[in-house]
Design a binder for this molecule. Structure first.
Ligand SMILES: Nc1ncnc2c1ncn2[C@@H]1O[C@H](COP(=O)(O)OP(=O)(O)O)[C@@H](O)[C@H]1O
Ligand SMILES: [Mg+2]
Length: 447
């Protein structure tokens, strides 16, 4: 097998490979940089993979050893030129050089390792071992001794990286609700600076919002006939604090990136977009047509709004899986924006109520997803609605109290955004997790 064939065979098996089910026609190495010489050695590759008319770009950190220890077998790519090749991100003897290079602001050929000036993590903290975080879908993160986390993008796209851009801006404002960036790795692709990895503060002893919410929901469902407000695992205090943190993040985003208004034309255009998505969804999932009139009515109320709507930079993909509770408060992660949208749209201003809608839908999911497999699902429906409503109200109260636009007084816009999110979820679930499509459909029936 050629070097390229070996890489292609391995690549298509990886979870983060985007072209699943498609045939890889051609893999070409477009950049090859030696980061660590010798044995073990580390090479950084940028490869393009074409599937017919389209092509994707990936970066690979290829480790090289004459002899592969058992602990690295699972990361093996294959043998080439008398050396064993493997995914170098799993080898802490190699990844340490990435951390050291960032903390030393090193340039290696076309790779630039950059440290954020004034960042708290000092060069003395180099030399740490790394562990690969499990459970991620599209990127690979390395945790360095509970001090820092390096998020390595697998697929790379040229141009500004919204997560780094927002992280740097909010850190400069002193936000306590982000994991501030310590540094990054970049190169140039198609003439544009391209971010390959971001090093940030590691949140110690933190739990993600989705798991915390799920624990609260399980606790409620363990007591038949129980009410969310009386359950020992009540989440409303946390939901309210999350609302406060969200409003503070929005205020910082407004300060850092500016504000504007959507006038009545822009609002009509937004309503048109929502209609188009609804039409597409009804075509894909006919069951949705049961709710189409109700949803359409909400969109036409939106189109008739004459008051301008404030717009600013937002998170764009906001849900319980993107927030973590540390010992001192909520931290918001992953400012990449809406995954399916083009870069310009992900960085564009829109209503901050989009994020509010995202989180409220997430509360609904947290409550309902456990019913999908629960033996007493039918009896627990009222408890699920009760949990979702209680925590949504608490979140909105916290958001408004901390200076965010009161979701209750912007109900036409919020309702349209909530319905649109649920419509999007119906399409997503029908394609990816058919067993869950009932979750957004049930919510649409209730909304
Ligand atoms: N700074 C951090 N400290 C601790 N854990 C983190 C940190 N950043 C991310 N994580 C963990 O990694 C997960 C995914 O991170 P995220 O940035 O949202 O990446 P993705 O693009 O894969 O969604 C989080 O849910 C969290 O468990
Ligand atoms: Mg994420």
């Amino acid at each position: 097998m050629t070097f390229e064939d070996l890489l292609a065979t391995w690549l298509v098996e990886q979870r983060w490979f985007a072209g699943k089910g498609r045939t890889v026609h051609d893999l070409a190495v477009v950049a090859d940089t030696e980061i660590v010489p010798g044995d073990p050695g580390l090479r950084h590759l940028i490869v393009t993979v074409s599937h017919g008319a389209t092509s994707d770009c990936y970066q690979l950190f290829v480790g090289l050893r004459a002899w592969l220890p058992d602990t690295l077998r699972h990361a093996r790519i294959g043998a080439h030129d008398g050396m064993e090749m493997y995914d170098g991100l799993h080898d802490s003897a190699l990844t340490r050089s990435l951390l050291d290079a960032i903390l030393a602001d090193r340039t290696v050929a076309t790779l630039r390792f950059r440290q954020v000036s004034g960042a708290e993590m000092q060069a003395t903290e180099g030399g740490l071992d790394s562990l690969v975080l499990t459970g991620e879908q599209s990127n690979t993160s390395l945790v360095f001794g509970e001090a820092a986390i390096l998020k390595v993008f697998r697929r790379v796209t040229p141009g500004p990286n919204p997560d780094l851009e927002v992280g740097l801006a909010l850190a400069a404002l002193g936000s306590s609700h982000i994991a501030e960036p310590y540094g990054w790795v970049e190169t140039r692709m198609e003439g544009a600076a391209t971010v390959l990895a971001i090093l940030s503060r590691y949140l110690r002893a933190a739990a993600d919002g989705w798991s915390l919410a799920a624990t609260s929901v399980r606790d409620l469902y363990a007591t038949p006939g129980g009410r969310a407000a009386e359950a020992g695992g009540d989440f409303a205090g946390e939901a309210e604090r999350l609302g406060v943190a969200t409003a503070q993040v929005h205020a910082d985003l407004a300060q850092a990136f500016g504000v504007s208004e959507l006038d009545s034309d822009a609002i009509r255009e937004l309503a048109e977009q929502l209609y188009r998505r609804l039409d597409m969804a009804v075509a894909a999932v006919p069951e949705l047509s049961l709710h189409a009139d109700k949803i359409g009515a909400a969109y036409s109320s939106l189109a008739k709004l004459i008051e301008p709507v404030p717009a600013q930079r937002v998170h764009g993909d906001y849900h319980l899986g993107q927030v973590m509770r540390t010992q001192t408060g909520w931290v918001v992660l992953d400012f990449e924006g809406e995954p399916a949208s083009p870069l310009a749209q992900r960085r564009a201003r829109s209503s901050p109520l989009r994020d509010v809608a995202g989180m409220l839908r997430s509360f609904d999911y947290a409550a309902r997803h456990q019913l999908v497999t629960h033996p007493d699902a039918d009896k627990l429906v009222p408890a699920a609605s009760d949990w979702a409503r209680r925590n949504s109200d608490a979140f909105c109260a916290g958001y408004a109290a901390a200076g965010g636009q009161d979701p209750a007084t912007n109900s036409v816009l919020l309702r349209a955004l909530l319905l649109d999110k649920a419509v999007y979820e119906v399409i997503y679930e029908a394609r990816n997790r058919p067993a869950w499509v009932q979750i957004p459909l049930d919510s649409l029936a209730e909304l």
